[in-house]
Design a protein around this ligand. Sequence first.
Ligand code: GBH
Length: 448
Amino acid sequence: MNFSRDFVFGTATSSYQIEGAHNEGGRTPSIWDTFCATPGKVYEQHNGDNACDHYHRFEEDIQTLKKLGVDAYRFSIAWPRIFPEKGRYNPEGMAFYKNLAKRLREEGIKPAVTLYHWDLPMWAHEEGGWISRESVEWFKDYARTCFTELDSLVDSWITHNEPWCAGFLGYHQGVHAPGHTNMEEAVKAVHHMLLSHGEAVSMLKTEFSSSTPIGITLNLSPIYAKSDSANDQLAANNADGYSNRWFLDPVFKGTYPADMMNLFSKYVHSYDFIKEGDMETISVPCDFFGINYYSRAIVEFSAAQDFMSKGAFSDYEKTGMGWDIAPDEFKDLIIRLRNEYTDLPIYITENGAAYDDEVVNGKVHDVLRTRYIEQHIQAVSDLNDLGMNIQGYYLWSLLDNFEWSFGYDKRFGMIYVDFDTQERIWKDSAYRYAEIIKQREASLQIGS
Ligand code: GBH
């Protein structure tokens, strides 16, 4: 592996997944609190009420980050801590993030801050949520407050995390909050999320004249057809449209893909929610591009599955989520993005794997996760050797945490969390990650 000194090694979390303290500091519920309380939505009806109790233990967690030797820490802000009610700013909620960012900086760790990692305030949902175009205005108010209070303490801003999940899993597949199953709503929700992204980017640059880098994070998955048959090829094209192009095209080309607009029009009765100027707003230039990569997919044709396409059998080794381990396909993905979409610096803002970890004599030998991480960091190094300009890698995740609809059943952390005692235990992967970060410095000293 070969990384320059200014390559950023980091790790990532999100507010609802780790903070807990759901009713402290003036926080009101988000759509995830409500979704968790709805029977049948989340594994064993788990919720983020306490999660990793990071809200109270952030000092300890910062010490862990320091021991790991990471350059940067990616976390998200809980919107309902900042605006617990419509139009009411809550400085106490902001104080938590100000202090967190300040303490990170004092320890030499760069804060990379995501504005929206899925915890929409319930008040906003009750007023129509992302389906309403007004959400763009609510998000702008929220972003403006965050920029005002935090811009001087933050090293990079990410507007949205994975609008595919927030939009399509939340409003179309119904497996994420708010649990709707309406494609027309989902397409509108995505549009408003993307608009709010563009508006926030422009705001930071014009209203604030800030030079803090800002971008968006998309979850992208390379998709392959099961066979050469025209039907399977079509299925792959459609799945790619639904998962990837529906986001890449507007952000980088200022258009939605025409073939997908056509397919979606079976459900979307009118596209008149796309107003003049919207596509220019969405495609405003950013400073970097964030990518979350976990897996690839293979699809086959099925008339019933429509544009979602049917997942096909794959003989690849899987993680504990059942997702294919595919570092080579990760390389295909990045090369394609360079060829078809953008020259912006890329950050891998998430990559990692869940496994059923076991604590034995106070240790966690997570051999498979360690290998997954090594393979993907090696892929980043290979990609940079090809000139792909990836400037950072954030491991998902620092801690085992609330894995959305899987509750605490799936562990993504490099640090094990005992959710009864809140004890944190370093897994082997954490030691290995710290070593990789350190080795970079050692090898560079020899080389330079
Ligand atoms: C991210 O979502 C989230 O940002 C984060 O909050 C979460 O904890 C983390 O990942 C782990 O899940 O088609 O079967 O091959 C990732 C969401 C994961 C969605 C991979 C699409 C495709 C799996 N994506 N998934 S498959």
